[in-house]
Design a protein. Structure first.
Length: 331
């Protein structure tokens, strides 16, 4: 069997799948969703069996890294059964999860036992009131307890993700770096992506570039370029004298499309070939019209890759270039 057939028109081999297991979340982060989100009917969400079938097809076509996303993936009922099956797949080099951390105090150890190797935990502020403003939930202490539980569970690596916004939390960049250093964690700073229409802030006015963030960090810490590669879009720098690496995800200021190796599948079964485009293939329709037909699914994935665009074109103004929220796409 040829296991390397997921190649796009620009010669990029797809080895990384971001698989969303739910569009629901117990937070309402202002850059990710609206306060009164309308979630998809449960019947429209892929079952755990369907999610595994999708993952299995991608693994058979050369995918070696899978990241489970949401919404908040840890609110998905019986998620551990899916993770255990994926954790048993020797072909995978990495099984990871992106989470808001709210469920980790209880879930960290079971996740590690199921075979999850790495965690990304969202943390945009260390100040209680500001955290509540970002997430629309007063749960900072719960998240911090989850981070402690994750550290105790023995994951290969834990990384914090912080969306930086000028005038909202850019003054906490150094505090977040120190928090990561003290706990032996990595951290990535992310430029906000123009997905979905927001009312809580002006994206144009709150835009903060990765270069600005790096300059703030270098006021206190020496950074050197790192050779670290995780399969994602972060570009890493080592904080000298520490275990911490700082990543920058820069969809605006430093386009990372040239070596893109990933696609996303939403909780509703849409294959999203590029985060910055609305075109998608409906895998759910195929799965439910032809249950168990793994070869048909494989061929659909191979053919879909021929439509993967070369790059996205994000702007920093108020124009909404992609209507769907990040929570609907998969983080």
């Amino acid at each position: 069997m040829n296991t390397h057939q997921l190649v796009d028109p620009f010669g990029r081999r797809i080895t990384y799948l971001r698989l969303s297991v739910t569009d629901r979340c117990d937070f309402r982060c202002t850059y990710c969703m609206s306060e009164d989100m309308q979630f998809a009917p449960r019947a429209q969400i892929l079952s755990l069996e369907e999610l595994y079938a999708v993952a299995d097809a991608f693994i058979g076509l050369g995918v070696r890294r899978i990241r489970i996303t949401g919404g908040e993936p840890l609110v998905r009922k019986n998620l551990l059964s899916l993770l255990q099956r994926l954790g048993e797949r020797d072909e995978l080099d990495d099984l990871a999860i992106t989470t808001n951390g709210s469920q980790l105090a209880e879930m960290a150890a079971p996740l590690r036992a199921a075979g999850v190797r790495r965690l990304n935990i969202s943390l945009d502020s260390l100040q209680r009131e500001r955290f509540a403003a970002f997430t629309r939930r007063d749960k900072l202490e719960q998240v911090l307890a989850g981070i402690d539980a994750a550290r105790a569970a023995g994951f290969d690596r834990i990384k914090l993700n912080s969306v930086v916004q000028s005038g909202r939390n850019d003054d906490e960049v150094l505090d977040l770096v120190e928090f990561a250093i003290e706990r032996g964690l990595d951290i990535s700073f992310i430029e906000e992506m123009p997905l979905g229409s927001v009312v809580s802030h002006s994206r144009e006015q709150t835009f903060c570039s990765s270069d600005e963030v790096r300059q703030r960090i270098e006021q206190r810490h020496a950074l050197v370029r790192s050779s670290k590669v995780t399969g994602g879009p972060s570009r890493y720098w080592q904080v000298l004298g520490t275990q911490t690496q700082v990543g920058f995800i820069s969809p605006h200021s430093h386009n990372f499309c040239g070596d893109c190796n990933r696609v996303r599948v939403t909780a509703e079964g849409k294959l999203v070939l590029c985060l910055g485009h609305d075109n998608a293939l409906d895998l759910k329709r195929l799965l439910r019209a032809h249950p168990g037909d793994s070869e048909r699914l494989r061929q659909a994935l191979i053919e879909a890759l021929r439509l993967k665009p070369e790059r996205h074109h994000f702007a920093t103004d108020e124009q909404v270039q992609v209507v769907r929220f990040m929570s609907m796409t998969g983080g």
